[in-house]
Design a protein around this ligand. Structure first.
Ligand SMILES: Nc1ncnc2c1ncn2[C@@H]1O[C@H](COP(=O)(O)OP(=O)(O)OP(=O)(O)O)[C@@H](O)[C@H]1O
Length: 287
């Protein structure tokens, strides 16, 4: 049995840690109130959402924000820095509630759901992965501290994240210590381990916030490919650093000035000759 870092005790998922460490959320996840969804399909809808951060009440981050993410498909959200992409994830996880409008999962307003249950539906991976000083195995297993995982289960998710061979090549393999905050691993390795940790729970919905941005383009594409073949075929929302890696998404939504301005497949958006094409051109001019 592995020893959990103190702040992990009593918390069921990494989302709790992120909340404890980084957010000043006023929404209490400990409440017993709220509905449980028993057969989650994973359709997500933002309906006329308006939102300002409580600390900046005069700065509207989202307004008339509408977006539908179909169940079990990949939706990519793209846009320039500061457009509010990460804020969408904070609202979905209920670190904050919208000032107006609603967010629905399978047609149910997420404010009606039990908060802990809501958060348990998601695997959430950020650009800056949080690793603990324990072994690589423990760091993956922390994805769900209510279960004990077999080596096969740990290795299965490591393979999806293309980190299994790297781990095996280390003298102590999965028993290698990650060092303080993962300092003994590269940024790309840390991201892959965090992704494996999110997948071990088999979440219904995966939220990737520039989660593979430390990887080279080839590795990033390999992981995107693995996620697509992932047999669970879960709903996936991706905030993408590099547009080249999200071109196969079922829907690409382009954010600009607080709302979604255009959406469609890569081919449709290129044909539309609008904001998406501008972002693509800006990206290729920086190569
Ligand atoms: N906790 C916070 N409190 C107050 N304002 C915030 C907070 N987090 C983000 N903001 C502001 O909200 C706006 C949207 O930020 P957000 O991080 O959602 O954008 P983003 O599109 O994800 O940016 P990037 O691509 O640079 O990560 C920005 O103006 C940002 O400064």
């Amino acid at each position: 049995m592995s020893v959990l870092p103190d702040f992990f005790r009593g918390h069921k998922s990494v989302v709790d840690i992120i909340e404890l460490n980084e957010r000043k959320s006023k929404i209490n996840p400990e409440t017993e109130h709220g509905q449980i969804v028993h057969h989650v399909k994973g359709k997500i809808q933002f309906v006329d959402v308006q939102f300002c951060y409580p600390s900046r009440p005069n700065q509207i981050v989202l307004t008339n924000f509408n977006l539908t993410c179909e169940a079990k498909l990949m939706t990519a959200i793209v846009g320039r820095s500061g457009e509010g992409k990460s804020t969408i994830f904070s609202l979905l996880l209920r670190f904050y509630d919208p000032d107006k409008g609603s967010i629905l999962i399978d047609g149910i307003d997420i404010r009606q759901l039990n908060v802990r249950h809501l958060r348990s539906l998601f695997g959430f991976i950020q650009q800056e992965p949080i690793l603990f000083g324990n072994t690589i195995r423990d760091n993956i297993a922390y994805g769900d501290t209510t279960k004990t995982f077999s080596d096969e289960e740990i290795e299965r998710v490591a393979k999806i994240c293309h980190i299994h061979d790297t781990i095996r090549s280390l003298p102590k393999g999965y028993q290698t210590l990650c060092g303080n905050k993962g300092s003994q691993l590269s940024g790309g390795e840390r991201q892959r381990i965090c992704l494996a940790r999110a997948l071990i729970r088999n979440p219904h919905i995966l939220l990737l916030d520039e989660a593979t941005s430390s990887l080279d383009r080839h590795s990033e594409q390999l992981i995107q490919e693995s996620l697509k073949q992932d047999k669970w075929n879960r709903t996936c929302l991706v905030i993408a650093h590099r547009l080249s890696t999200i071109q196969d998404s079922a829907n690409i939504a382009v954010m600009h000035r607080r709302k979604i301005r255009e959406q469609g497949t890569h081919q449709e958006l290129v044909k539309a000759d609008g904001l998406y094409l501008q972002l693509l051109r800006a990206e290729s001019s920086h190569k």
